[in-house]
Design a protein around this ligand. Sequence first.
Ligand SMILES: C[S@@+](CC[C@H](N)C(=O)[O-])C[C@H]1O[C@@H](n2cnc3c(N)ncnc32)[C@H](O)[C@@H]1O
Length: 374
Amino acid sequence: RRTLELIYKNKKSIEEIENIIDIKLNNICQLSIDISNLGIYIFGDNFDGMVQLLNKFENSIDLVYIDPPFNTKGSFYYDRDITSTISASKNDLVAYHDDMDIEEYLEFIRERLVLIRRLLSPCGTLYFHIDYKVGHYIKLILDEVFGSENFVSDIARVKSNPKNFSRRAYGNEKDLILVYSKQKNKNIFNDIRIKLEASELDKLYKKVDSVGRKYTTVPCHAPGETSKGVTGSYWKGMLPPKGRHWRYSPDKLTELDEAGRIEWSKNQVPRVIKYASEHKGKKIQDVWKNYKDPQRPTYPTEKNMEMLEMIVQQSSNENSIIMDCFCGSGSFLEAGKKYNRYVIGIDKSIISKQVDENRPSLEGIEVFSLGEGR
Ligand SMILES: C[S@@+](CC[C@H](N)C(=O)[O-])C[C@H]1O[C@@H](n2cnc3c(N)ncnc32)[C@H](O)[C@@H]1O
């Protein structure tokens, strides 16, 4: 596979990483995971946690969302009452540290990506949440491990309200989510749509029919001529205008007309009727403006629940197995449970374990302990 490579100190070859995985795999005492349960939470380092999963879940996980530490060189504190990252004080408990050297950090991520890739199913997708400071290095590492041909999207997510820092730089209100498929074009993508607001529908559908239904009309033809096909032929004695073709075959147009779905103007110009109630919703684009993070999170850096729910619905199906191996507050696990996915969470912070065990929505998830990491 041809790809660009990032060079940094102490970078292992993929074979070396696979060797470490094999050695660990041969020496671990397997967790007895009962897949008939609702899901599992593994308390411990996610490298070891994912090695534990290989026997049962290799090539089986349809969706992985991760929001690892962003190499901020800081520590994240937890205050039972206010868990705002901004207002938490150094006297609070440390939820997790994020202070590796950049090379160590990139290798830490890369080793875990190798395992994530092995665990993903052939129709699996990875969502990697990261910020603008390290995100571009992570993109290269993802290209190396997943293959640049499997790059799906780079989402700009507006994370907060605009900031007025005095830095000589633009205010930073976005982070990014890099999306990769395990196999090109095989990823589950349910094309979730966003419902239009009533005001948007009013703008698009200005007419009202005799029974009060909002509607609009569109031409029966579309740009481009067809020289041979039926959409270039006569319908009701008319040809499509020059440079255009019928939007539907003449038979289909007749069917629509008979069903009352064609509106004829005074000058006998036909147009197809489209009802507001049939609008499929807006396709989701790669700038996400409506998923800001909670002001009062239950855990530092907890992510927006609606965003996680959308990701679950977009890239997995009912009964899919999904995983967040940096799961923090368990937000992604909650989103998955809501839509009947089998959820797997891993985190090495004792605070995460406590928060997740007390999260009512995660009741019924089996907890395993490998031990606390730093
Ligand atoms: C940014 S937070 C995740 C927040 C989460 N997305 C949420 O909505 O609550 C990153 C998490 O990764 C965990 N973490 C860091 N290194 C880890 C490792 N090696 N193994 C498991 N968890 C780790 C931290 O303890 C922390 O909870």
